[in-house]
Design a protein around this ligand. Structure first.
Ligand code: 6PG
Length: 240
């Protein structure tokens, strides 16, 4: 696991964009699972503006690690956020985009998207394998849409599960821990001082840290990169 600590969100966005561009350059096809939240908005804007012509977007197949169970035009849709901040600004055809259908019955869509991953992705260890899974981490240590109160979802056999947000009760579709840890590369994008306590607890393996789903991210490939801003990393140093 490698930690890269930057001044602010903008610098995280710049360095992640370079990382993604080099990954895309070295691959014929890039199957990437995107995350939602506020950090990716800054990252996607930067990639669209600064790397719109640098990256060969035709190589990229876009999936989501999680989605809110809302229609695709809903303000809380991760798909909508990604369309607004990235996909509407770069040369991508709809055939490259595999959205989770948040408007459908959650249990049915969890099954359907799980089957889509089985069909569209190459497999390693008999499990669908992403080239890159992009993750965020909530203030509570959740990642994708696996929350601490439902940490059992991490160990689910099914590729995708229905999760429930602990505060809003909003249903989500999320990929499981097996798929996350089967990815060739995993990149955490974590910014803001509200994350610093969980970042410290996880990085320092403090008592009870395994209760946080983000702490369970440990790809077999060993290719785990944390992109952090100084606020999120204030409790650790790059070497810890
Ligand atoms: C979501 C995300 C979620 C997010 C974290 C961090 O659908 O909300 O997938 O896991 O990554 O909540 O979000 P921020 O980037 O806003 O801190």
């Amino acid at each position: 696991m490698e930690k890269r600590i930057y001044t602010d969100k903008q610098e995280v966005a710049e360095h992640f964009a370079r990382y993604f561009a080099s990954l895309a350059q070295d691959s014929a096809v890039v199957h990437v699972a995107l995350s939602g939240g506020s950090t990716p908005k800054v990252v996607f804007d930067f990639m669209a503006e600064q790397f719109g012509t640098v990256i060969d977007w035709t190589k990229v197949r876009f999936y989501w690690g999680d989605e809110r169970c809302v229609p695709p035009d809903h303000v809380e849709s991760n798909y909508k956020m990604t369309m607004d901040h990235l996909l509407s600004k770069v040369a991508v055809s709809s055939t490259q985009v595999f959205r989770i259908k948040g408007e459908r019955d959650p249990e049915e869509e969890a099954k359907a998207y799980g089957a889509l991953l089985d069909t569209e992705l190459p497999k390693a260890n008999g499990i669908p394998q992403f080239d890159l899974v992009i993750l965020g981490m909530g203030d509570d240590g959740h990642t994708a849409s696996i929350f601490p109160h439902e940490i059992g979802l991490w160990h689910a056999d099914e590729n995708c599960k229905v999760a429930v947000h602990p505060d809003s009760g909003q249903r989500r579709i999320t990929i499981n821990g097996k798929i996350i840890n089967n990815a060739k590369n995993v990149a955490f994008l974590v910014t803001g001082s509200s994350k610093s306590e969980k970042v410290r607890e996880i990085m320092h393996r403090e008592a009870g840290f395994e209760a946080y789903p983000a702490a369970l991210v440990s790809p077999e490939s060993g290719n785990l990169l944390w992109f952090l801003d100084q606020d999120a990393a204030q409790g650790i140093s790059a070497s810890t």
